[in-house]
Design a protein around this ligand. Sequence first.
Ligand code: GZL
Length: 313
Amino acid sequence: GPAPGQASGAKKGAGGRITMGFAQVGAESGWRTANTKSVQEAAKKAGIELKFSDAQQKQENQIKAIRTFIQQKVDVIAFSPVVESGWDTVLKEAKDAGIPVILTDRAVDTKDTSLYKTFLGSDFVKEGKAAGEWLTAAYANEQGPVNIVELQGTTGSAPANDRKAGFAEAIRADGRFRIVASQSGEFTRAKGKTRAKGKEVMQAFLKSQKDINVLYAHNDDMALGAIQAIEESGKKPGTDIKVISVDGIKDAFVAMTEGKINVVVECNPLLGDQLMELAKKVVAGESVPARVETQEGVFPQDKAAAALPSRKY
Ligand code: GZL
């Protein structure tokens, strides 16, 4: 039978395969699907057994999944919290069960940083700032007012909160810029199986706002949905209405080569290999940095064609 202390079949440490429980947000966007693929492929490559759950963007499903992983006595739990708040209780349960937690992609709002070992993901405030800085530079020699509509990501999520804050920060000092409407499109493209709204929210903006100069979309899927709405309204995306987007999925690069998106702020979903390396260290009891920031760039339209062939997601 298993060695003493292994009675529960927990395969900790030396020799035993590591088991990771991963509670994914859902499958709401191109970014998310690429992120899931990266985690699954990296687990296989690292010889880590992966228990994977898709929460369909519902916090209660992620919490249920984490509780299941605790009961299964996995060696490590990793997840991308769909919203920032409401995690302390379940993370305390993981801590009391002696199971380390790694945050990937999105962060949680907690005072107790002992509830997780590290946060691996992008700096969304920086991404929002980069979007605002591009806009300021693009309008360097133009008069105002510049009316901006904003398609926010999932309400309460770290990327939505921080991309909004970073962008507002970057344009605050310049009175020409005004955000005339801002609403969540749930990070998704258009009405369909989910509560998706990228396209529908843009249709509403086009009806309610008499003069829109810029769309700032918190992700490409919503931008691509909005582009459909802009075209159906008889306007040209990228010229009549400038389009700023975040993520950098292939479809957004194609849209830039078609002149329909003006700039994409990259948000790299390919975190799988880094996650598995961190997991091995954490399970072995080695120390890891509290924060591992993803490297990513900004792609203006004139860079898109050259970059497209090497895009990996
Ligand atoms: C950002 C990630 C966001 C992406 C969206 O790291 O959490 O969620 O920007 C995805 O495309 O849905």
